[in-house]
Design a protein around this ligand. Structure first.
Ligand SMILES: [Zn+2]
Length: 403
């Protein structure tokens, strides 16, 4: 990953951390996402309408805060002639912690990745999910499209395809130019094909030999792709990276998109293989008594200590983060089994506690893990390994060091 992207992602993480601390006194913090390729003028129109609606808010203080926040965002959007390439995010609201004191603040961001979400949202918190999704670690796959006329290399990160490089081929079409003998023409053509393959192979190596490319899918409309994959153009280590070959109708940008669309089966399989590898590594460590822990409390502790490197969570683990409040005044925020939240008792007076807030555990864990640099991996129950993880409680962690 180039340095500037890593740096942008680091900044984005910091912004998320800062914004998730902010709370409005009421439903008055405004989140606006303008997706890449959409009209910023349309969004301004929508926000003006929302301003009109906000005039009906009963509480005078809340009404003023929402209207002012919208106004500030509209003023900011006016600075743009068009939507920035990756879209735009704006967060604005009165974030003052003192009643009666105003502190209207605006944060804006041109995100490092394309924004797909269109949103106007008013709440006590900012909606940060689209940004969180952006900083999540994503697997990188290579896409390679080849036929006799050209070759294209692309990168797949998450669900996003980007073009890395394009190469035209010098190979003429099959019809011989006038005057040449068919045999001579064919000899020349074969020589040019050979050159094209070699150049394509060096493009392939340049783009995909990096370690973080997990696998490469090769596609093309004709037989050239098989020749390329099976011939002696690529080294054995590069050939090992190829996880599938697909027939597609196009080359170029369209070909890369088509290759991605037709490769869902291959990508699914690769994801399953990756999952199995992680869970197997986890159980190996566990059996060895090494750098692994399991169970909700142990994993939580490991994350809080900063010892967790990778947190494994079963997709269907019935766990939730719940905020409890007791009549005696004692409150607690903790992760519990969904089935046990109604019988949670107070540490102070042993009475049953009331549920005052809840969210899915994965969301809570990701937030916690993000503060210590741990990675959260979702594990399905589709594999024997995944089922095994579910059976031990659905949560485990691989550690940086033994605790
Ligand atoms: Zn109590």
């Amino acid at each position: 990953m180039p340095e500037d992207i890593a740096e942008q992602r680091r900044k984005l993480k910091k912004l998320i951390e800062e914004l998730e601390q902010r709370r409005g006194r009421h439903t008055e913090l405004v989140t606006v996402y303008v997706p890449a390729g959409s009209s910023i003028t349309d969004m301004m129109g929508q926000l003006r309408n929302e301003q009109g609606t906000a005039e009906n808010i009963k509480s005078k203080a809340t009404r003023k805060n929402v209207v002012n926040a919208l106004d500030k965002i509209i003023q900011h959007l006016k600075l743009y002639k068009r939507t920035p390439a990756n879209g735009l995010a704006a967060f604005c609201g009165n974030v003052s912690e003192k009643e009666g004191v105003d502190d209207l603040q605006l944060w804006t961001l041109e995100p490092p990745d394309q924004l797909f979400t269109k949103l106007y949202w008013c709440d006590q918190r900012f909606d940060l999910d689209p940004l969180r999704d952006m900083v999540k670690e994503k697997e990188i796959y290579g896409l390679f499209v080849i036929d006799s006329t050209d070759a294209d290399a692309g990168m797949l990160r998450g669900k996003r395809v980007s073009v890395l490089s394009h190469m035209d081929s010098p190979v003429p079409s099959k019809i011989a130019a006038g005057g040449q003998s068919a045999a001579r023409f064919e000899r020349v053509r074969q020589g040019l094909i050979e050159d094209h393959m070699k150049r394509a192979a060096s493009m392939f190596r340049e783009q995909f030999e990096a370690e973080d490319v997990r696998g490469v899918i090769v596609g093309g409309p004709g037989p050239m792709k098989e020749k390329f994959v099976e011939g002696d153009y690529l080294s054995d280590s590069l050939k090992k990276k190829i996880i599938g070959v697909k027939d597609i109708g196009y080359t170029g940008d369209h070909g890369l998109d088509e290759l991605f669309n037709r490769s869902q089966d291959i990508l699914k399989e690769a994801a399953v293989a990756k999952e199995k590898e992680i869970v197997k590594g986890f159980f190996d460590e566990l059996h060895r008594g090494g750098k692994a822990v399991y169970g909700l409390n142990e994993v939580r502790k490991a994350i809080e200590m900063g010892a967790a490197a990778t947190v494994l969570v079963s997709e269907k683990a019935e766990l939730e983060e719940v905020e409890f409040l007791c009549d005696c005044g004692f409150s607690e925020k903790t992760i519990v089994k969904k089935s046990e939240k109604s019988s949670h008792t107070c540490k102070q007076c042993s009475k049953n506690m009331k549920v005052v807030g809840e969210r899915e555990m994965v969301e809570a864990l990701e937030e916690l893990a993000a503060t210590t640099g741990a990675k959260v991996v979702h594990i399905s129950r589709d594999t024997a390994e995944g089922e095994q993880l579910y059976q031990v409680g659905g949560i485990g962690a691989l550690l940086r060091y033994k605790i």
